[in-house]
Design a protein around this ligand. Structure first.
Ligand SMILES: [Zn+2]
Length: 222
């Protein structure tokens, strides 16, 4: 790790880039003005309010193409009743989307299939300035725009945990619960990927609000 330590010591991203000593994979970024417009509209509408579990963040760092105008640090959803661990860094439109999914889909599905309240979601990833699936040279992931969240497991009030990796092909109750929350996510998010999609998603659900198709109205639910 000698090379990495040298990079850290310099502490200047521009210098790092010039020297080519960054360990971060490269990505392709598109010019997408809709992102800032959409985020500004969300912020202006006052949909997301600061609470004890939702806090405004100034910046997310990363190269300028990554990040969000005014990201939020979200530690819980559904009026604080369901913890997000670790807290997720999300842009404005993602905050009500996660809330809606947890409140209207995850909580009722857990009660129906598992007979218990959900108290925590294990967050495998939220903001991360990286290419899709960490493949060098791929397009910038929605995670780079704080427009995505990965959920690996659901913790219940009685201490049980249903994780996507073993539960997707596990017992009937867990299977049905996970399929319901996956299906329900497709009514809230524009991209939903799970274990049935590919090996990269065998252990989590990826949820984002990307725009798909020519008119931006397309949805991916796999
Ligand atoms: Zn993801």
């Amino acid at each position: 790790m000698y090379r990495f330590r040298v990079c850290l010591a310099l502490l200047l991203p521009a210098v790092l880039a010039l020297l080519g000593c960054s360990q971060t994979p490269q990505f392709i970024a598109k010019d997408e003005p809709w992102r800032a417009d959409e985020e500004r509209a969300c912020l202006a509408a006052g949909i997301v309010r600061e609470t004890t579990f939702v806090a405004v963040r100034d910046s997310l760092g990363g190269p300028s193409v990554c990040g969000a105008l005014r990201p939020f640090n979200v530690a819980a959803a559904a009026q604080g009743s369901v913890q997000l661990r670790p807290a997720a860094l999300l842009r404005c439109p993602m905050v009500p989307a996660v809330d809606r999914w947890v409140e209207r889909v995850v909580v009722p599905a857990a009660r129906y299939h598992l007979g218990a309240a959900v108290v925590e979601l294990k967050v495998a990833a939220s903001y991360s300035c990286r290419p899709m699936n960490n493949v060098d040279g791929a397009h910038l992931s929605e995670h780079g725009h704080a427009n995505a969240i990965d959920i690996a497991a659901f913790v219940l009030a009685d201490g049980r945990a249903v994780d996507v990796k073993s539960g997707w092909w596990g017992g009937l109750r867990e299977r049905n619960f996970l399929r319901d929350v996956h299906r329900g996510a497709c009514g809230v998010f524009t991209t939903v990927l799970g274990p049935a999609y590919d090996l990269n998603h065998r252990d989590h659900f990826h949820l984002d609000l990307a725009r798909h198709g020519r008119d931006g109205e397309g949805r991916i639910c796999k």
